[in-house]
Design a protein around this ligand. Structure first.
Ligand code: SAH
Length: 216
């Protein structure tokens, strides 16, 4: 793996046990986080040493790599099994994408910020994570690869985009932080089989905003 060291492996083990302490129980999610070199997702190696603190971090272009706890919580809620067709909105650094790949999902990930999209494509290629990365507007989803077993939104959405609901399988699940301003509610959404959806609230989180109509 990309410049992994015993020191980073040790820090990763500590991060995993701190996530367990905070209530993450899904062993596959914990194993994925334990195996992925998060430091390789930082764009400036001078800050790598912060990679195994349970904190979000700036990744350039005014964006952030999500806090490990948030990644673990969202992924646990999503409930991914190998082979599932998954859509992620907000590729960012690609760290969450790598977690989904490690769980055996077929990942499609959309990013609206072109330089970030290009840099992350290069990074994931080099690290041998195979995901389909698309430069585009997450509000539209990816109709050509739908329907999805799982949809994961990693930016704060003003509401639940209709297109994303429409691209979900009848047995599917969507995890999406919804709310304008600083705080979002983490929602788990499932089609109820009668044309409507059930919504479960999993508490407050903080994300960078999901922006609409900013892609040329
Ligand atoms: N999953 C990422 C989190 C990155 S932060 C990680 O693990 O690093 C959220 C990302 O969502 C940012 O990169 C931001 O540019 C992107 N984003 C915001 N609005 C978007 C939209 N409408 N479509 C696609 N991506 C969007």
């Amino acid at each position: 793996m990309v410049g992994d060291t015993y020191k980073y492996k040790g820090l990763r083990r500590q991060l995993v046990s701190s996530l367990e302490g905070k209530g993450i129980v899904d062993q596959r999610v914990l194993a994925a986080i334990g195996s992925i070199p998060r430091h390789a997702f930082f764009d400036d190696s001078a800050f790598e040493r912060f990679a195994y603190e349970d904190k979000p971090f700036p990744i350039g272009s005014g964006q952030t790599i999500s806090q490990p706890y948030t990644v673990a919580f969202q992924t646990q809620l999503l409930g991914v099994s190998p082979g599932m067709n998954v859509l992620e909105i907000g590729t960012g650094s690609g760290y969450q994408t790598a977690v989904l790949c490690t769980l055996g999902a077929k990942v499609h990930s959309v990013e609206r910020h072109k330089p970030l999209h290009l840099a992350t494509r290069l990074r994931l290629d080099r690290m041998r994570y195979r995901a389909l990365l698309v430069y585009g507007d997450g509000f539209k989803g990816l109709a050509q690869f739908a329907p999805f077993d799982r949809v994961l939104v990693t930016c704060g959405a003003p509401d639940v985009p209709r297109a994303l609901l429409d691209q979900l399988k009848p047995q599917g699940r969507m995890v999406i932080p919804v709310g304008v301003g600083d705080d979002q509610r983490m929602l788990l959404i499932r089609p109820d089989g009668k044309g409507a959806h059930s919504v479960e609230d999993h508490g407050l989180f903080r994300f960078v905003p999901m922006l609409e109509n900013r892609v040329p």
